[in-house]
Design a protein around this ligand. Structure first.
Ligand code: B1M
Length: 218
């Protein structure tokens, strides 16, 4: 794997350069780099750096927005490659996926959705800023096995609990399992809200989802 290419990928995100991040994603495909390596060892390094700088007050909202756009562009170029990895698999179950209400962070959620699709799940991705009733309504409509919820803000993670409480109130669990994730989500939080599963990253999310549908070895 080219260390130089990975560094350029991270830098393209830090610079918020969507044209370059797309070009480097294409370069990675041409070089036969694993698409998930390109994302996690290249582009994510850049977006994490900008996020840290933003947290310290050393980068500002426009830089965060541009880094987010460059990241989205790169992941979109790599998405078809990720999906190819899992072609012709047994259907493992249905997942309704969303970023919770009040939260517009979509990159990690989309990546989780892509990896689940590539691994044999049918994924209904509702997008970002989704209220509990929409998430639960869609899960009932499509007869989902799993509801997956992403939250990136400490102020929005509470929405995950609201959905779980509503499901419990309606007696919809354990039929519908709940998986949660996102940067601020910890094991303690998962236990507190009684979610069925949680993962720190997209690969782990696939493993957890398989366990939740009783197909850990698929
Ligand atoms: Co925002 N943002 N942001 N942001 N942003 C964070 C989250 C922050 C930590 C940055 C910081 O201050 N250091 C901070 C939150 C602080 C907190 O809550 N304590 C923050 C803030 C404050 C904000 C705003 C409030 C800023 C403002 O307006 N003043 C605002 C909020 C908007 C809103 O949602 N209402 C905001 C806005 C934005 C942008 C729109 C500019 C942009 C998002 C663009 C987009 O998504 N289209 C953005 C970005 C890019 C970030 C950071 C830098 C990067 C997030 C990202 O895409 N990471 C982020 C800092 C950080 O996280 N280090 C930050 C890459 C992605 C692959 O990882 O999303 O973690 P991640 O997903 C991972 C895992 O978490 C896991 O797997 C994924 C793949 O490995 N995972 C799951 C995620 N979901 C899962 C679900 C699962 C399982 C696993 O099961 C269902």
């Amino acid at each position: 794997m080219s260390e130089e290419l990975l560094k350029e990928m991270a830098q393209s995100i830090i610079d918020g350069d969507s044209d370059l991040s797309a070009e480097l994603a294409q370069k990675a495909i041409a070089a036969n780099m694993h698409p998930l390596d390109a994302i996690t060892k290249g582009f994510v390094v850049g977006v994490t750096y900008i996020g840290d700088q933003f947290g310290k007050g050393e980068a500002f909202l426009p830089e965060l927005v541009m880094a987010g756009e460059a990241m989205k562009t790169a992941v979109a170029v790599l998405e078809p490659e990720l999906l190819k990895l899992g072609q012709a698999r047994e259907m493992l179950g249905k997942v309704v996926l969303a970023t919770v209400e009040g939260d517009i962070h979509e990159i990690g959620k989309t990546l989780v959705g892509t990896m689940l699709s590539a691994s044999g799940f049918e994924v209904i991705d509702l997008g970002v800023d989704q209220p509990a009733e929409k998430i639960i309504g869609k899960a009932l409509e499509v007869n989902a096995n799993i509801i997956g919820m992403s939250a990136l803000l400490t102020t929005t993670m509470v929405r995950q609990r609201e959905v779980i409480e509503e499901l419990d109130k309606e007696g919809l669990r354990p039929k519908i399992k709940v998986m949660v994730g996102g940067a601020p989500i910890t094991k303690d939080w998962v236990e507190k809200i009684k979610a069925d599963g949680y993962s720190e990253d997209a690969i782990g999310a696939v493993k957890v989802a398989k366990e939740l549908v009783g197909k850990a070895n698929a």
